[in-house]
Design a protein around this ligand. Sequence first.
Ligand code: ADP
Ligand code: MG
Length: 256
Amino acid sequence: MAKIFCVANQKGGVGKTTTTVNLAAGLAKVGQRVLMVDLDPQGNATMGSGVDKRSMELSVYDVLLESASVKEAAIFSEKCGYHVLGANRELAGAEVELVELERRDQRLKTALAAVDADYDFVLIDCPPSLSMLTLNGLCSAHGVIVPMQCEYFALEGLTDLVNTIKQVHANLNPDLQIIGLLRVMFDPRITLQQQVSDQLKAHFGDKVFDSVIPRNVRLAEAPSYGLPGVVFDPAARGSQAFVAFATEMVARINQM
Ligand code: ADP
Ligand code: MG
């Protein structure tokens, strides 16, 4: 039985893709079988996992339109140790094409059901919008991981996402819950970040992961080598934090 998680936040540039690929690599490192699904037409998680989005024959687009299975379209990234169901610009068209189709929000869920026994974790990198693509992710998932920077408007920015998750939970996917908020790009020297972090814990309690991902330049450099930081520079502080987070996730799902 695979546990399926969306990495979502409607803001761009908050660390969704970095979290997805590094958690995937961290989980692989601790012996988990992982499928990473890229639902963002930008294809950054695909490229950042060592898969060239321009030369993929099949992608998540074909899976959503039911012209390929996950098994056919997923590519094993040798360097990263996990499977990649990749995305490229073609996926932007799916948004429009899906509107015409039946079960348009359930397509990824149906496709993933066929590989349920093949993985321990499926991680879905969502685009920075609450679109039909994100909805497919949320309908497939057991939970949502929300990466966030500890900035002034952090809590306010969460309201839309929390409301969407509530609606999907009520109408489409009763399994869905927020698994946790992950503090990313954290710099403890900045008083404001420490304050927002404290507020988060006061407000969301144990929904805030214990692991904290520091701001670390190695994590930002890794994508240009087509690798998650965890693989590119395992000794970097950011990489070690993601492996610790992977261990925390394994412990959390054992309690679910
Ligand atoms: P999103 O997918 O939410 O748009 P990204 O994961 O692409 O966000 O991150 C946005 C930018 O911040 C990228 O350039 C990424 O390399 C950088 N970044 C993300 N996490 C960290 C971190 N912990 N330390 C330093 N840079 C980071
Ligand atoms: Mg992204």
